[in-house]
Ligand binder design. Structure first.
Ligand SMILES: Nc1ncnc2c1ncn2[C@@H]1O[C@H](COP(=O)(O)OP(=O)(O)OP(=O)(O)O)[C@@H](O)[C@H]1O
Ligand SMILES: [Zn+2]
Length: 482
């Protein structure tokens, strides 16, 4: 069965065929870098990382783009606040930090948080501030086509004319009459309250560094426009998949689609949306304050367990965080890990030779990760039974299959993990050897060389080589040890 994906625009699961054979172009909305991430943001990264890995496993070359919104009202407000009298600096927000420094800093924090759970870097990570020229070109095309206009007041804004575009609302299946007003600008200069800003004229208090010259006056880009300009720059006017969180469907993605399609671009062929991470049923969000940070999760569980937790649900479903969730993920990870360590690493199968058909079917079925994980755990169970029965060949094959599956899911760190108890065993060995070396040193001090030599021979027979140095005796393992 070939890959099928749920497309928000057609509200149906459809066969996925890329535009170009063998290649997939994927754009997904990244962060507005106004603050540190919460785990909701990271889930979105994990979801599109799993999609990318699955596409790559099935043989596609994937070109992926995740943008960085590095200029935005919220970023400017946070930076401005850091200069205000009475501002209380915190670890996250020091005093007197320019907006661009704040944005760069949080971009790094986001990247570190994605990296900590094995989200691979996309092919391109464009920043909005680096694509002003492309945005101007897109605005001009829209004005020329009669779908955008400079504000009728002196704000310097440029708006998309929603009434001029019959298809407006096609992504979220709404008619214009039922839509909420665009909140992003003063309605006075607009033809319709739902018209949204493509370009925002700068205000007297805005920092000069956050405004660019344009044919319509100095200003900065509207958020929606950034994604249209950057996705098509790197992926072409029509590309395969546009992703992002469900919260971005409207207005962000609706507006991206409207302005790109109105400018004549084919734009995204599939729209994929990840479900929200919620806390007590409500969207985890900085503005609500109900957030769990990646650091909080890493404090109680290993990165691989955090990744397991954030990736385990179906990508379209809501993931409601509960305090007991991480220990469960940790236990699941340990089950897999223990089996791999029992089975050993000696296999030479390719992933394709051992990947269970049921796993492939689950992943091809709109990335049904819960079903795929069921196959993974079943393989672990069968593999453990094979080991119990002394059937090493079967166990090794199962281990190879488990390895292939966890690699697709981004849990491959499991293979490199130390066998449970290895660190403790190493410490115990060091203690025992040290006791022998102390006894040998005492014997030498008492000029009892027979005993000293005997101790050295016993250690050698156990595979431990002793070397006398001016700083005292040191030891190492003679057979492939440390
Ligand atoms: N709670 C969440 N669960 C899952 N994905 C989320 C969540 N919050 C944000 N995302 C996704 O993370 C990506 C980056 O989001 P963005 O920077 O726009 O966050 P945001 O919605 O402004 O966050 P917040 O509401 O906390 O301020 C987007 O694809 C967005 O849909
Ligand atoms: Zn976007």
């Amino acid at each position: 069965m070939a890959l099928r994906l749920y497309d928000t625009k057609t509200a149906a699961i459809r066969d996925f065929e890329p535009l170009q054979p063998g290649q997939v172009s994927l754009y997904y909305c990244g962060a507005t870098v106004q603050g540190a991430p919460h785990v909701g943001h990271i889930r979105s990264g994990v979801v599109f990382d799993i999609l990318t890995r699955w596409l790559e496993y099935t043989g596609y070359r994937v070109t992926s783009v995740r943008n960085v919104t590095d200029v935005d009202d919220k970023i400017l407000q946070k930076a401005a606040a850091s200069y205000a009298p009475g501002f209380e600096p915190s670890e996250d927000y020091p005093a007197e930090e320019p907006w661009f420094a704040l944005a760069y800093r949080f971009e790094q924090v986001f990247n570190a948080a994605y990296g900590a759970v094995g989200v691979s870097r996309p092919t391109y990570e464009p920043r909005a501030t680096g694509h002003i020229t492309e945005m101007h070109a897109l605005i001009q095309r829209l004005i020329d086509a009669g779908h955008a206009y400079p504000a009728t007041d002196d704000s310097g804004d440029v708006y998309f004319d929603v009434r001029s575009w019959q298809r407006y609302g096609e992504l979220t299946h709404q008619s214009v009459e039922d839509m909420q007003d665009a909140p992003d600008a003063d309605p006075r200069g607009k033809r319709d309250r739902r018209d949204f800003a493509l370009w925002k004229g700068d205000k007297p208090d805005d920092p000069t560094t956050a405004a660019w010259d344009s044919p319509w006056g100095r200003g900065r880009p509207g958020w929606h426009l950034e994604c249209s300009a950057m996705s098509t720059k790197y992926l072409g006017s029509t590309f395969d998949i546009h992703g992002g969180g469900l919260d971005l469907r409207f207005p962000h993605h609706e507006n991206e689609l409207a302005q790109s399609a109105a400018a004549g671009d084919g734009f995204a062929r599939f729209w994929l949306h990840n479900g929200m991470v919620t806390y007590e049923g409500e969207k985890m969000s900085k503005s609500i304050g109900n957030i769990i940070t990646p650091e909080e999760m890493h404090a109680v569980a290993r990165p691989v367990a955090v990744r397991y937790y954030l990736g385990q649900a179906h990508y379209r479903s809501q993931l409601d965080y509960k305090p007991g969730s991480l220990p469960e993920a940790e236990a699941a990870v340990e089950r897999i890990e223990n089996f791999l360590n029992r089975a050993g690493a000696d296999y030479e199968y390719t992933a394709a030779e051992v990947m269970p058909d049921a796993f492939v079917a689950a992943m091809n079925d709109d990335l049904n990760v819960p079903a795929a994980l069921a196959v993974l755990h079943e393989t672990v169970r069968t593999g453990n039974s094979a080991l119990d029965a002394g059937d090493d060949d079967a166990a090794v094959r199962h281990a190879a299959a488990v390895q292939a599956m966890i690699t697709v899911l981004g849990l491959e760190e499991l293979r490199a993990a130390e066998p449970a108890g290895a660190a403790a065993a190493e410490e115990a060995l060091a203690n025992l050897v040290q006791q022998q070396l102390d006894a040998r040193a005492e014997a030498k001090a008492a000029k009892d060389f027979d005993t000293a030599d005997a101790l050295r021979s016993r250690l050698a027979a156990a595979g431990i080589e002793v070397e006398d140095t001016p700083q005292g005796a040191t030891w190492s393992l003679t057979k492939g040890g440390v």
